[in-house]
Design a binder for this molecule. Structure first.
Ligand code: ATP
Length: 233
């Protein structure tokens, strides 16, 4: 596990965010440091995706400030991505007609770096990506991103609909990226698996942080998060 001593690579202060001028997320102070992996939890509609998309630069904040890598956020995902921010979603952004190798070549990192994160892809390098299973496709898209050695990884339910073993595998790869110095923030439905991987957890209730705790404490008191989910209903 990391020492949590890195600098904050992504930070929001007093952030409010939402759609059409209506805030969904209120007064959010959040930071993820280099070497740290943080879980963002909350019931459906709590504002997790809105938070991630705003941190990524996909949605303009309605208020507050955003910093990325020690400087004001450039304001767009396109620009932030060029500077080392990666947004991962469950949409498995692969090019189905191309081989696994060519998919990896299209990324910002090398094929060798991608394989260092997911050696199991090696035997599939010459297969058409569209013929892989859903889990393998997600592994491919995460491998391509991690090969680029992003400074910040924002992962939104990337394990949606995948088998538990694949979920563990993906989370372990993100953990390794954090251990190598990235700041990783994940939204994940599989709370127990996520809690066994992250350093720290935040729980959103109706767009505000209702709980912030180190993961070790929450692993010992598993009902705390589910109670907050129920309270939000
Ligand atoms: N494009 C949009 N336009 C307007 N409202 C939206 C939009 N996207 C999401 N919302 C609303 O914002 C609120 C928070 O949604 P968000 O997706 O951030 O929550 P979430 O915590 O990620 O939930 P889930 O676990 O269901 O994905 C919801 O009430 C949702 O209906």
């Amino acid at each position: 596990m990391s020492s949590h001593k890195g600098e904050a690579l992504i930070r929001s202060t007093g952030l409010s965010a939402g759609y059409h001028g209506q805030p969904i997320v209120h007064d959010l102070d959040l930071e993820v440091r280099a070497g740290e992996m943080v879980g963002l939890f909350g019931a459906n509609g709590a504002g997790k995706t809105t938070t991630l998309l705003t941190l990524a630069g996909e949605i303009k904040p309605l208020g507050g400030t955003l910093e990325f890598d020690g400087a004001p956020h450039p304001g767009s995902l396109h620009q932030a991505a060029k500077n080392g921010l990666a947004l991962l979603t469950d949409d498995r952004s692969i090019f189905a007609p191309l081989t696994v190798r060519d998919n990896l070549r299209l990324g910002r990192g090398s094929v060798a770096d991608a394989l260092s994160h997911f050696p199991e892809l090696e035997e599939h390098l010459d297969r058409q990506a569209g013929l892989l299973s859903g889990g393998q496709q997600q592994i491919l898209s995460v491998a391509r991103i991690l090969a680029s050695q992003p400074k910040v990884v924002l992962a939104d339910e990337l394990s949606l609909g995948l088998a538990p073993l694949i979920v563990k595998r993906l989370l372990a790869a993100l953990r390794s990226a954090a251990d190598a110095g990235a700041a990783v923030l994940i939204v994940e439905q599989h709370v127990p698996v996520a809690l066994s991987t992250v350093d720290r957890a935040l729980v959103l209730v109706r767009g505000s942080i209702a709980l912030e705790s180190d993961a070790r404490t929450l692993r010992a008191t598993p009902d705390v998060i589910s109670d907050l989910y129920l309270a939000a209903g």
